[in-house]
Design a protein around this ligand. Structure first.
Ligand code: NAD
Ligand code: DAU
Length: 339
């Protein structure tokens, strides 16, 4: 079995590579990544010498590069993690989101069709459903919820999902799509809520909470997401969308307070800042379908996962300190200085 994994130098893609190495040591894994600001070769250090692993630096939207790669490697499966992923960056400049997330997906679908890939899996997000009201805790996203994206990021992911559905139906391609809730765990880029708050708390810098901190996200430990994708690849039905989430809804302010409490830092570090434009209120996945059809359930309880994650950032300061002291600093200034 040869699997092409795109975006494997990023947060979830790298965790997926490590997960697959443990679960399927006989699989050949080829990782293709453009190494944008979010991609990091240091993350992949543990697998670089593995004879069953190959890394290729390329852009998924580069048609010739992808056709050459597919022609040379002839992968059995493709799992597409590669994307521009940060909502705030998409609000600042949507263009690269459309280029990578929509056009890149189209190129991968064309290449998968041309080279007869046996399964193409698109890693999507619950954000394609838009948001749910805060005062209706009885409502959840199911696979039948209409797409209703709010940000340029989620619109680009929704566009890619629609392309996947269209290619599956029109060309009868073996395509599956998964839509997961917010992930957390090791190797997440420190622009995202949890690692940003850990890094700032450790530096005794203000913790910027958007609005009142009352927006709700549904948090899942990254290995549980990886396990769900692995199951979909093994047992999922082509043409099917699978929602992935663990009924772990939390308000942002409660996440921030949990991190402060684990680190023994004072809540006086919290700073309420101007809200994100178009800020989605609440995400909440109904995982009934994947549970009943594939038997998937999350294994990591939030209090264990968040403690493990904070400990990982404490133990791996070199990994993220290099990021927060480099060009990311300019982004941080731009995004937060006058907020
Ligand atoms: P990330 O930003 O950490 O990593 C993205 C990776 O894609 C990076 O290594 C980057 O270099 C690479 N990349 C970007 N553009 C590329 C291009 N044009 N060609 C090749 N590689 C490119 O992202 P993540 O958080 O690991 O998310 C991975 C996937 O999971 C994305 O598709 C995202 O939409 C989806 N997702 C993320 C979450 C979450 O909470 N992080 C939840 C649900 C779904
Ligand atoms: O739901 C899945 C999605 O989760 C993925 O598709 C995205 O790629 C991923 O980035 C994530 O999107 P969010 O916008 O939910 O994640 P983020 O970490 O940016 O923000 C989480 C919440 O925290 C959100 O309500 C905004 C808030 N926030 C975020 C940052 C960075 C703050 O209050 N302060 C901050 O500084």
């Amino acid at each position: 079995m040869k699997m092409l994994i795109t975006g494997g130098a990023g947060f979830i893609g790298s965790n997926f590579i490590f997960y697959m190495r443990r679960r399927h040591p006989d699989y050949a894994l080829v990782c293709v990544d453009k190494l944008t600001y979010a991609g990091n070769m240091e993350t992949l250090a543990p697998v670089l010498d593995d004879p069953h692993f190959r890394f290729v630096r390329a852009d998924i939207a580069d048609r010739q590069a992808m056709y050459d790669l597919f022609g040379a490697e002839k992968p059995d499966m493709v799992v597409n993690f590669a994307a521009e992923t940060h909502v705030d960056r998409s609000i600042e400049d949507p263009s690269v989101f459309l280029q990578t997330n929509v056009m890149g997906t189209q190129v991968l679908l064309d290449a998968s069709r041309k080279y007869g890939v046996k399964r193409y899996h698109q890693v999507s997000t619950d954000e394609v459903y838009g948001d749910l009201p805060l005062d209706r805790p009885d409502l959840f996203f199911t696979e039948k919820t209409p797409l209703h994206a709010s940000s340029p990021y989620s619109a680009s992911k929704a566009g890619a999902d629609l392309l996947c559905g269209a290619y599956q139906r029109t060309y009868d391609m073996p395509v599956t799509v998964s839509r997961c809730s917010n992930n957390y765990g090791p190797y997440q880029f420190p622009e995202k809520l949890i690692p940003l708050m850990i890094a700032n708390a450790l530096a005794d810098e203000p913790l910027p909470v958007y609005g009142q901190g009352l927006n709700v996200r549904d948090w899942l430990y990254v290995d549980d997401h990886c396990a769900a994708i692995d199951l979909i690849l093994e047992k999922g039905r082509p043409g099917q969308v699978y929602n992935i989430g663990g009924h772990n809804e939390m308000r942002n302010i409660d996440i921030v307070k949990t991190i402060l409490s684990i680190l023994g830092k004072p809540e006086s570090l919290i700073r309420y800042v101007t809200d994100r434009k178009g800020h989605d209120l609440r995400y909440a996945i109904d995982p009934t379908f994947i549970h009943e059809e594939l038997g998937w359930s999350p294994e990591t309880k939030f209090q264990d996962g968040i403690a493990r994650t904070v400990q990982w950032y404490l133990d791996n300061r070199a990994w993220w300190e290099k990021i927060v002291s480099g060009e990311y600093r300019d982004y941080y200034e731009r995004m937060y200085a006058n907020r």
